[in-house]
Design a protein around this ligand. Structure first.
Ligand code: CO
Length: 195
């Protein structure tokens, strides 16, 4: 599987940490617009989205989650994160095995069986629930340079792509739960958020 930052094969964890919008921010409900300009601003944005995802930490982040209604998401289902004590006895987090993936203007074709997978979301912190998804996904998308790409995914990467793509259509994973479950989870989350 390709790593998407071709110009930067050895990924370096750097950038600006962006604010993550949490449920029920209106930006999360909007249908995002296609990216048409592949310029330096886009490169900076993606660098900052990856940085924000790694530090949060999460395995995926979509542009609406940082307040930008554009069809972009970043994913890394492979990196490792270890807590260590440094020489001064302070806790440090060591990251390794980066595999950043960037999807711009993705179009999904899902297939296979319906499977249940436990999901979480940086926009609904602390909530983990099983969601029904399709087993496989094929994605047509553009990379950071605007070049067309295709990948096929299964298991965690497939679930993650489907979850992130939903963000581009204004759908949060808890909205895919049964009505009873959804009301329960939403109430609990909003109560905790207030306190
Ligand atoms: Co999410």
């Amino acid at each position: 599987m390709e790593t998407v930052l071709e110009s930067n094969k050895e990924y370096t964890l750097e950038g600006e940490r962006l604010k993550i919008f949490t449920y029920p921010s209106p930006i999360l409900k909007k249908k995002a617009k296609n990216v048409e300009v592949f310029d330096e601003d886009l490169q900076v944005l993606i660098k900052n989205m990856l940085y924000t995802m790694y530090l949060s930490p999460g395995i995926g982040l979509a542009a609406p989650q940082i307040g930008l209604s554009k069809r972009i998401f970043v994913i890394d289902t492979q990196y490792k994160r270890n807590k260590k004590l440094n020489a001064q006895g302070k806790e440090e987090i060591e990251y390794s095995n980066f595999n950043p993936m960037v999807f711009i203007n993705p179009v999904l074709e899902t297939s296979g069986d319906i499977i249940n997978w436990e999901e979480g979301c940086l926009s609904v912190p602390g909530v983990y629930e099983e969601v029904k998804r399709k087993e496989f996904v094929k994605v047509h998308y553009q990379d950071i340079h605007g070049n067309p790409q295709v990948i096929e995914a299964k298991e965690l990467l497939s679930i993650c792509i489907q979850h992130e793509n939903d963000h581009l259509d204004g759908i949060i994973f808890i909205e895919k739960l049964s009505l009873i479950k959804r009301n329960l989870v939403t109430k609990k989350f909003l109560k905790k958020k207030k306190s």
